[in-house]
Design a binder for this molecule. Sequence first.
Ligand SMILES: Nc1ncnc2c1ncn2[C@@H]1O[C@H](COP(=O)(O)OP(=O)(O)OP(=O)(O)O)[C@@H](O)[C@H]1O
Length: 738
Amino acid sequence: MTATRAGSAETSAEVAREIELEQAHVDRVYAELEKAATRAADVEADGLARGRTSRTGDVRDEELTGLFERDALVYAAAKRRSAIEKQYEGLVFGRLDLGSVETPAAEREIRHIGRLGVRDDDYEPLVIDWRAPAAAAFYRATPVDPMGVIRRRVLRSSGATVIGVEDDLMVPEAPDDIVVVGDGALIAALTRSRGRRMRDIVATIQRHQDEAIRAPSRGVTEITGGPGTGKTVVALHRAAYLLYSERRRFESGGILVVGPSAAYTAYIERVLPSLGEESVALRALGDLVDGVTATRTDQPEVAAIKGSLRIRRLLSRAAGRAPEGAPEQFRAFVAGAAVRVDGPVLQRIRRRVLRSAQHNLATAQAREELARAAWESVGQGDRDAFFDAFDSSRDVDEFMATWWRQLDPREVLLALGDTDDVVTLARGVLDHEEAAAFAGSIREALERGTWSVADVALIDDLAARLGPVQETEPEERGFYEIEELDERAAAQALGGPEAVARESRAQRAGGSVVAPSDARERLLHGRIDRPSSSAHVLVDEAQDLSPMQWRMLARRGRGASWTVVGDAAQASWADLDEAAEARREAYGSQQVRSFHMDTNYRNAREIFDYARDVILPLVPDADIPEAVRDTGVDPVERVVEAPPTTAVELAVDELLGEVEGSIAVITPARWVDRLAHLDGAGDGRVQVIDPLSTKGLEWDATVVVDPDGIVEESPGGVRVLYVVLTRAAHRMTVLRVG
Ligand SMILES: Nc1ncnc2c1ncn2[C@@H]1O[C@H](COP(=O)(O)OP(=O)(O)OP(=O)(O)O)[C@@H](O)[C@H]1O
């Protein structure tokens, strides 16, 4: 907030008086909410809370038809308050004094801005929701364009107690009765120490950020900008804004927020609740497919193979072949005739059926085709009698149960662990070395019992090809027929022993029974459903998404509007053109509007200068923002001997004394074991983390271990080092290993 500070000659008595005045207003707001909470309880007791939804247990605003509009507003506020108030600062965080310098004090309008809207008994606003149009001037007024604002005030609170105020004056000189206090809210906010979780910035959103936050909901909104420019935090406030401005659409349709890692989702998870919004789904890329969770990353060359669109040809071939263990020919007696359908015919049938249908939904169609081929193989007799007998044949049931059993996409992927097999299947798609690396990575999954993050997009692709696994037999059977079947036949009729195993897996995924013991079982644990589509998809660190991951997102955002956040200079994905193409396909024909952020709010200027000097020689077109805050302390750079353990311990010790909050030791894999003991040091303030996992995160201070090692081990090379060098807010120590 660039604003005039003229006239700020406050004394501590004046500050205390201003705080007292604000406290009086905040007390009124809480009293009103208290009344509303009591009324809400009465309404519920009267049985009027008919809008209760099973999802949240909340009463939806628009369904409170029994309540007068004001009551509905305050009621919803009361409901949201408890969550906000318990954990976050300042329900009321701002105030505008509106008018002109000549306006007499009594005629000036005062607006308080807060995390939610509250009105008094006369329907007068006590607090305006920060997202309401009437609050826009709080974020958009500048001395050049004051929008009728004389003074903008930010209140700092602890719970319901106001503990400080920070003012910005929008006119050159304050009227006599207007006191201007503090050094400005933004710098105060940026100077504070960082916790382990991202905070909302609702009290200090800047004008250009506000424009992106309040951009129209339709189409695609891209937010670009260099490190620390507030892209993530702006996008999250935008999600809250969309929920406010079109609650019905976005709460029922869903907003999906996707970030690079579980560490990232844990880091941002409190921002939306602090804004009163709980209904947003946060997912890491390894977590997007229900029933699969992945945090492990593949070797860069394998991740590149799995992320590129050419892998779809391999998946298509894998999904189109007979399941493991399927018979190679069909022989049976049907209506007294010997039937024989050979391998090539079976393969033709499979190809034909899969041309127009998903495997798991095509059992009936495959059976019909098989019947036709069987009839052709017999070539004489009563056609109708033959087809009737075929329909009810146990031999056919038995054959179908293995030849066309339901397929879990994960099984199909796991079947690609044999190098020779993959070399053959991937002919024309992967060269020998690539095929071997791919198969090796599948064997690794089987050994570890965990999927990699890149595998998840492959599983999703296969799931889309195969269709959802049908738990029950598609065709109907009469009650008596089922009674007649013995246990084994019943299992087969329901899709074979695999289906029985699947069923029990599904039960476990439903939340009971024993943890799977062996690796394969663990990999197949949980049920994969058709992905649900969201009304809005918000993607952070979009520069890192592989083309396959864009396709996975596209399946969740059909018809959705999008907010997409990224910075190409921080990319770790190599083929940016292919990813850009996949991204455009995900957007469909929607219009794209772009916002560019150019102020770095995270890094002290001295830290960002250091990072800039590393990236610019190698990526001359990197998007370089301007850092707004000086600390007067340059990053410390030392050359140390391998192994760098003692040097890192020393650096951590120094930083623990210099900053109050969080510290990260960012190290390439080769030193992780030697430094692991530092994780959790300093009463939990120190975290040891690998370079790629730092994406989107920040700390008060960082120790960057072995920058050359970071460049060497990372697929994105110097871009990943650039990410690492832009994570510290206040202090950074770089240890080169000599
Ligand atoms: N208006 C603001 N007021 C206070 N703090 C802000 C403001 N804008 C951004 N910040 C802070 O700046 C830091 C960086 O923001 P954020 O993580 O959103 O940046 P980013 O552009 O996503 O960064 P990167 O691309 O490097 O991950 C955060 O601590 C955020 O809270």
